[in-house]
Design a protein around this ligand. Structure first.
Ligand SMILES: NC(=O)c1ccc[n+]([C@@H]2O[C@H](COP(=O)([O-])OP(=O)(O)OC[C@H]3O[C@@H](n4cnc5c(N)ncnc54)[C@H](O)[C@@H]3O)[C@@H](O)[C@H]2O)c1
Length: 163
């Protein structure tokens, strides 16, 4: 299975902003969502500053910075998941918070959309069970700082399909 184009990242904190950056750098359209709209803008602005610094040092083309930032969009409503083929949840490490997010996403997402969580310690099997698509739920555990660490652990829940 391939991820077509659009990725929704839920949670624009330390990890979510790094994950959003890496996907945008890799050519995906990224919708960045957070419970706090201020946090989304803060994340995008700090990402832009960091990329611009790299361009100024000659490590990245200025055009690349423009392309990357143009691929990043603010999402203030989880219903935007309708546009996404992959969701990566990187909200606060609380089961109740993550369950509520997954339940909402499940109501609006395309049948084929894959839900991933960046949790470090919570049960992915338990999270998958609140959705109607437990076979499409996985863990995608990125390392901090995400734009630097070229490693991600992909973790299956008990229900995750082989696909
Ligand atoms: N920080 C790390 O080194 C690290 C490494 C690997 C995995 N993780 C995991 O990544 C996840 C995020 O960690 P972080 O360090 O980025 O946390 P963080 O506190 O920096 O960011 C969490 C963000 O989630 C948002 N949020 C809270 N409730 C929400 C909701 N209902 N809907 C949308 N957004 C909501 C908060 O506003 C905040 O911006 C956690 O599950 C954590 O265990 C963290």
């Amino acid at each position: 299975m391939s991820i077509e184009e659009t990725v929704l990242v839920v949670g624009a904190g330390q990890m979510g902003s790094g994950i959003a950056q890496v996907f945008a750098q890799s050519g995906y359209t990224v919708l960045l969502h957070d419970a706090s709209e201020k946090q989304i803008h803060r994340a995008i602005s700090s990402m832009t500053k960091q990329l611009t610094k790299r361009a100024e040092k000659g490590k990245l083309a200025h055009q690349a910075v423009r392309d990357i930032t143009q691929r990043l969009a603010v999402s203030t409503d989880l219903k935007d998941v309708q546009q996404a083929h992959l969701v990566i949840e990187a909200a606060s490490e609380q089961m109740s918070v993550k369950k509520q997010i997954f339940e909402t996403l499940d109501q609006f997402a395309e049948e084929e959309a894959i839900f991933a969580t960046n949790t470090s310690s919570l049960s992915i099997t338990e999270l998958a069970a609140v959705t109607s698509r437990p076979e499409k739920v996985i863990g995608m555990h990125f390392m901090n700082p995400v734009p630097v660490m070229k490693l991600v652990e992909v973790i299956r829940a008990l229900q995750t399909s082989d696909d």
